[in-house]
Every structure is written in structure tokens, then in C-alpha cells.
Design a binder for this molecule. Sequence first.
Ligand code: ZNH
Length: 141
Amino acid sequence: TFSDAEKAALVGILGKLSKNVNVCGGEALERLFLGFPQTKTYFSHFDLSSGSNDMRTHGGKVLGVLTEAAKHLDNLEGYLSQLSDLHAYNLRVDPGNFKLLSHCIQVVLACHFPAEFDACTHAAFDKYLAVVSAILTSKYR
Ligand code: ZNH
């Protein structure tokens, strides 16, 4: 569960992020694929060139879900249930990759919103991504 301070930090940074999900999401994916090339295997059907439509659209979906899910902190499992099924049964993404993507998302936040992404916000966001990742990988067997 999240403290009031953590919730406030999440609302603040996600409010900024929500207006930039495609740009920030695309950049996070670009960092993911450059820094950790093994993650590209899941996206062989995508145009992975810098700033491509595929990157921006998919990055926007990922960050869009993160901004929406934060409105359901008391029932994240329910809110993310379908997406959890998709990752576990269809996509079968190696759970370790969630840490890599989470890292890249946070680097993008630090670059775009240096003032808002202070240490407390960083800590709260890291916790939030860990909780979301745990849910999206919870149905693996
Ligand atoms: Zn994922 C998909 C989210 C992680 C891979 N994803 C997806 C989507 C979303 C997401 C929203 C869409 C769905 C629909 O359409 O229905 N993810 C997410 C999140 C996260 C993730 C939130 C964390 C946090 N993923 C991930 C990882 C990976 C992935 C780590 C690897 C690396 N996904 C993926 C894929 C897909 C997805 C492959 C599909 C794509 C297409 O379109 O095809």
C-alpha cells in the first residue's frame, strides 16, 4: 500500500507525464532497446528506428496504462487483471525485463521533469513500477 505522501508524489509526476505519454514512452523504449538489445526480440514486428510510429504508439500505451492505473491504487490487481493475463499467457515476457523497462522509464522521467522527479518522487515511482510489474508477472507458471 502507498502512503499519502507517496500517492501525492505519484499524482504530481503522472500529471506531468500524462500530457507526454507518446514522446516519453517512445524514448523509454528507445533506451530499452539500445541499452538491453535482448528486449527487442518481443518486438520483431515493430519498426524499431528512433522515434518511429510503432515506438511512440506502443510507448504511449504503456505509459498511458501507468497514468490510468494510478487512479486505482486500492485495486491495482483488478484494474490490471486483463493486462496481466496478456503478459503471462500471450506475450510471455521474461519477468526480468520489467526491471529494465522500469529503469528506462525512470531515466526518461528524470530527463523530462528534473524538478518534479526529486528523490521522494523517485522512490515512490520505483515502488509503483515494482508493484505494477509484480502484478503483470503474477500469473506466470
Ligand atoms: Zn507490455 C503490450 C503495458 C512491460 C512487451 N504492454 C502491452 C500493452 C500495454 C502494455 C498497455 C498493450 C496491450 C493491448 O494492446 O491490449 N507492458 C505494459 C506495462 C509494462 C509492460 C505497463 C510494465 C510496467 N511489456 C513489458 C515488457 C515487455 C513488454 C517489460 C518486454 C520487454 N507488451 C509487450 C509486447 C506487447 C505488449 C511485445 C504487444 C505489442 C504489440 O502491439 O504487438
